[in-house]
Design a protein around this ligand. Structure first.
Ligand SMILES: NC(=O)c1ccc[n+]([C@@H]2O[C@H](COP(=O)([O-])OP(=O)(O)OC[C@H]3O[C@@H](n4cnc5c(N)ncnc54)[C@H](OP(=O)(O)O)[C@@H]3O)[C@@H](O)[C@H]2O)c1
Length: 331
């Protein structure tokens, strides 16, 4: 297979983890990095042995022949940066949440379609061996039809006005940052809800430091999700079926083990260890799509991102979480 030429935009915390997982997959590497700060780009390029680095995103897109760019900036920059990459004819893997609202996503998806480019939200947990096995078990009927999902994600983050988590102009709050994970699990297990009821605790700047939502599905299922940056919650997930359940212990989003609890009392522990942070599975999945000439990934299709974004729009509408981007009409 011809090596895929990756570029990275915004080399911060997550970009470092992503880049370090390349070392776990033989013969795969990143070509270039671009930062608004050339020194940061240089340090990143040295650390991961990249062939080039830039102090300007557009300069990298103009000078390098890239197959794909990984966008690793805070949420509020995803839309403009993904648009810039697509307009320059480069495919995109964009960190979650892919945009601030569904209007922005709609515009990106039509641009990706027009340019015939691959586009994917970095919903990396879907590709982890744990989740591959959980969905195989559900598929083969180990717990019967799924009727309920309960999942939370919470950590205590003292107020910090410099943190993107508290800043509305950086898409702050728990929902978009970590609430997306329980929402993703519920969507994968139960589909798109017909009804959502949500409550939030808002900071003075109208971003949520906690949300709780109950979702109801056509096929009689229910989900309960919680995200918070106010408390270290259990951060566990439960998938209940008609004949048993699956428990993914703390921290469930990237847990290397899970339990299947059958109605007859039998308990199976499934452990699938991996090295690194776990981003290598997403990297390989994206590269496979590019090699096959696909425009979207079958496990993380555009429709899944759209469903998540629509649900987050609805939760925000019900709870009054407001971002500057809401004032702009991207429809
Ligand atoms: N998949 C996961 O497991 C995971 C985990 C954590 C975060 N994330 C996602 O990754 C994204 C980045 O999160 P992070 O914690 O890695 O961010 P971060 O370290 O705070 O920032 C990453 C980069 O974004 C740019 N940036 C940061 N603040 C900025 C500002 N105020 N104005 C302009 N640019 C700014 C900078 O790029 P330059 O170097 O170019 O200036 C910085 O290097 C978020 O969307 C988050 O949801 C995903």
């Amino acid at each position: 297979m011809v090596p895929i030429r990756w570029g990275i935009i915004a080399p911060g915390r997550i970009a470092n983890k992503f880049a370090s997982d390349f070392s776990l997959i033989h013969n795969h590497s990143i070509t270039s990095v671009a930062s608004t700060n050339i020194e940061r780009a240089r340090v990143f390029a040295d650390k991961y042995k990249l062939s080039s680095f830039y102090g300007d995103y557009m300069e990298m897109l103009t000078k390098e022949k890239l197959d794909i760019v990984y966008i690793a900036s805070p949420h509020s920059f995803h839309f403009e940066q993904a648009k810039m990459c697509l307009e320059m004819g480069v495919s995109v893997l964009c960190e979650k949440p892919v945009t601030i609202h569904s209007g922005q996503l709609k515009q990106l998806l039509s641009l990706a379609a027009e340019k015939r480019l691959f586009f994917m939200e970095a919903l990396w947990t879907v590709f982890l061996p744990t989740y591959t096995q959980i969905f195989e078990r559900i598929e083969r009927g180990d717990i019967g039809s799924v009727i309920s999902v309960k999942a939370d994600f919470g950590f205590q983050m003292p107020f910090d006005q410099d943190s993107r988590l508290f800043n509305p102009s950086l898409g702050g709050g728990s929902l978009l940052d970590i609430g997306i994970y329980p929402l993703l699990l519920a969507t994968l297990c139960l589909g798109y809800p017909e009804e959502i009821k949500a409550l939030a605790s808002l900071t003075e700047l109208q971003v949520d430091d906690e949300i709780v939502a109950i979702l109801k599905y056509k096929k009689k299922g229910l989900a309960q999700i919680q995200s918070t940056i106010r408390a270290n919650t259990r951060t566990e997930a439960f998938i209940y079926g008609e004949n048993g359940s699956i428990w993914v212990p703390n921290r469930w989003i990237d847990s290397q083990k899970f339990y299947v609890l059958k109605s007859d009392g039998q308990v199976d522990l499934i452990h699938s260890p991996w090295k690194g942070f776990g981003y290598q599975f997403q990297i390989l999945a994206v590269e496979k799509c590019l090699a096959q000439g696909l425009f979207e990934n079958p496990l993380v299709p555009h429709s899944l991102s759209f469903q998540l974004m629509n649900q987050m729009d609805e939760i925000r509408k019900q709870t009054g979480i407001i971002y500057p981007e809401d004032a702009l009409n991207y429809e």
